[in-house]
Write a protein that binds this ligand. Structure first.
Ligand code: ASP
Ligand code: MG
Length: 476
């Protein structure tokens, strides 16, 4: 293992010329004493803007496209003028124009076809990260830290699942050594685009929304880095969302498994897939705030010396609970479930929670509200006959729900914890609709009425002593 440090800067950390300056300073400082490579997101809001432009294109809304394209150019041109010394402004404006024009060409193609092929979307949307990488690399170089923007489609090799690709690590390792290592050897700081990659035969892909964290961990694993620092706009991984729980605290250390569970269940600080590539090599990760770099942040490690109960509670609104129920006991419930899950998988939808324990073969699962439409379409197609003939009751959907998940390695083999969590929720008169706990006992996930979510989260946080209150208790 080398001394290599990978830093990842999220959208708000490169969201303006001022933020790019602050982030570049953090990278340059570290690069003074060890090799550093950085991975950047698009400037905040740009990925949404690009995706919105392509939706306008598909709908034939020329005016919408034009407005977005003007906005895209303006944000990056402004940042360029604010950041760079006079001599570099014109050449970099020209490079910005090349990237913007390339995006525009792809969007125009979509407008002609009235279609947004996933493959073209992936190629086009990478413009956001390519633009931010260009600006950050130019600024670093101008400030005396030689840097080079690297398009991750020359580094991260993935499968061909456009919009949600997975890395092929062996191939990625080879490419990373070929493209990144020579830069490091020459003392040049690579500024790598997050979010995107390419198949082995060179077709551009992306890793899914928020995927730049995942990009950074893929690069860290591929180059066998010593550490990964993920810079965001919050102080680290918290015991609960501070907007719901004012006495939530930043956790000093969490395990890979805990961080992944928290991210999966709604903690926005990290993409849930981030930790997977690092676990083998036990590469430690720091989650830090680029707006307050002096704060220690959270360290994410393979294991903790002492695991203590439930450590944090994550929560999600914007979810929907889908229930499937056979109308007749003659229907084989397991087969229905198998076909339903297959249909959901084909729609590329993530199930957040799944629960079944009924003689009738009734089962329910939770999906993101944004993924409800494709979920229902795919289910209705797969189960059309049973639904038409009344063997299955109509699929039920409840959007008025929220989910909370209590997470901690230390919950394993601890009797009484589930009872305390449910007692705390019921004390608040919040009704529990569905429950799931996997046999690894890392997470207890609970679906409640949306109205009750906030109270339930606060109750669980207090009952399990996750926040400041526990510190006070243990001092007395
Ligand atoms: N820019 C991409 C997104 O907004 C990736 C990222 O920010 O991590 O989803
Ligand atoms: Mg992001």
């Amino acid at each position: 293992m080398s001394d290599l440090l990978i830093m990842k800067f999220g959208g708000t950390s490169v969201g303006s010329a001022e933020r790019m300056r602050a982030s570049a300073r953090l990278a340059a400082e570290a690069a003074g004493s060890r090799p550093v490579a950085i991975v950047v997101s698009a400037m905040s809001g740009i990925t949404d803007l690009l995706l919105g432009t392509m939706r306008h294109a598909e709908a034939g809304d020329r005016a919408g496209m034009e407005a977005n394209l003007a906005n895209l150019r303006r944000r990056h041109q402004e940042a360029c003028r604010e950041l760079l010394p006079a001599a570099r402004i014109e050449p970099v404006l020209a490079e910005i124009e090349t990237l913007a024009a390339e995006f525009e060409r792809l969007a125009n193609g979509m407008a002609l076809l009235n279609e947004r092929p996933p493959r073209s979307v992936d190629e086009a949307v990478a413009a956001g990260e390519r633009l931010s990488a260009l600006l950050v690399a130019e600024y670093l170089s101008a400030q005396g830290t030689p840097a080079e923007a690297v398009n991750a489609w020359d580094v991260v090799v993935t499968d061909a699942v456009f919009g949600n690709a997975s890395p092929l690590m062996e191939a990625t390792r080879a490419k990373a050594l070929q493209r990144i290592q020579p830069l490091l050897d020459r003392g040049v700081l690579p500024v790598i685009t997050g979010f995107n990659g390419a198949t082995a035969d060179g077709r551009p892909t992306t890793l899914g929304r928020g995927g730049s964290d995942f990009s950074a961990s893929i690069v860290a694993a591929a180059l066998d880095a010593a550490e990964l620092w993920i810079w965001t706009d919050v102080d680290g991984i918290m015991s609960a969302d501070p907007r719901l729980v004012p006495d939530g605290v930043v956790l000093a250390e969490v395990t890979y498994a805990e961080a992944a569970e928290l991210a999966y269940h709604g903690a926005k600080v990290l993409h849930p897939k981030t930790l997977a590539p690092l676990a083998d090599r036990r590469i430690p990760v720091w989650s830090k705030n680029s707006f307050a770099p002096e704060k220690p942040g959270t360290k994410i490690v393979a294991s903790l010396r002492e695991a203590t109960g439930a450590r944090a509670v994550a929560s999600m609104t914007n979810v929907a609970l889908v229930t499937i129920e056979p109308a007749s006991i003659e229907l084989n419930g397991v087969q229905v479930m198998a076909r339903a899950l297959d249909a959901i998988a084909r729609a590329n939808v993530e199930i957040l929670l799944l629960s079944s324990s009924s003689f009738r073969g009734n089962f329910c699962f939770l999906v993101r509200a944004a993924e409800l439409e494709p979920t229902l379409q795919s289910l209705e197609q797969a189960l059309a006959l049973e639904l038409a003939h009344g063997y299955l009751n109509p699929i039920k959907v409840d959007r008025n729900v929220g989910m909370l998940a209590a997470v901690g390695e230390g919950m394993q083999g601890k009797p009484g914890l589930a009872s305390r969590i449910f007692t705390a929720i019921s004390r608040e008169r919040v009704n529990v609709i569905a429950i799931a706990q996997g046999s690894n006992e890392l997470t207890i996930a609970v679906v409640v009425n949306r109205d009750g979510l906030e109270k339930a989260v606060q109750a669980v946080h207090a009952e399990c002593g996750m926040g400041a209150s526990r510190r006070k208790d243990s001092q007395t």
